[in-house]
Design a protein around this ligand. Structure first.
Ligand code: ATP
Length: 133
């Protein structure tokens, strides 16, 4: 069935550059799969797991939202941050989760609730993906 070229890029680096047999993305309107020779597509992504298969092996990647573009059998994912499961620092994610939970529990007017909720979502997703490695 062939492959599609997957490129996952953050402001710092290219995190993945691979020939993938399939990709599953956390689209803002729900998960969607991309197979080789997919029609052109542009979608916003939410925080979650990007799953991709290379040589029959599934890999899990944390992404903090962003955009996916599919064109001419190349899929480009632009994300503010992206980490392979094996590269996630679980102690750091636990600390981020605890910090966010404390801020949300404080119910203090100085707490930016949306920011704390977003940090909590990133931390919980990182911990879940790290658990898959
Ligand atoms: P923290 O509060 O720990 O900084 P955060 O969710 O605010 O977490 P981001 O803004 O998403 O962090 O990411 C900043 C940079 O740090 C990115 O390069 C990201 O890949 C990296 N990063 C953040 N948390 C982790 C982690 N637990 N393991 C590995 N890299 C991480």
């Amino acid at each position: 069935m062939g492959t599609l070229q997957l490129e996952v890029v953050t402001p710092d680096r290219t995190v993945v550059s691979a020939e993938a047999e399939m990709v599953v993305c956390p689209g803002v309107e729900g998960e969607f799969g991309v197979l080789p020779q997919h029609v052109s597509l542009l979608s916003a992504l939410k925080v979650g797991t990007l799953l991709y298969r290379v040589s029959g092996k599934d890999e899990h990647l944390f992404i903090s939202g962003g955009f996916a573009d599919v064109n001419n059998n190349v899929m480009t994912v632009l994300a503010e941050s992206a980490e392979r499961a094996a590269d996630i620092d679980t102690a750091r994610a636990q600390a981020a989760r605890d910090r966010a939970e404390k801020r949300l529990a404080a119910s203090d007017d100085s707490v930016d609730t949306a920011r704390a909720e977003a940090a909590l979502t990133r931390a919980v997703n990182r911990l879940r993906i790290a658990g898959l490695r």
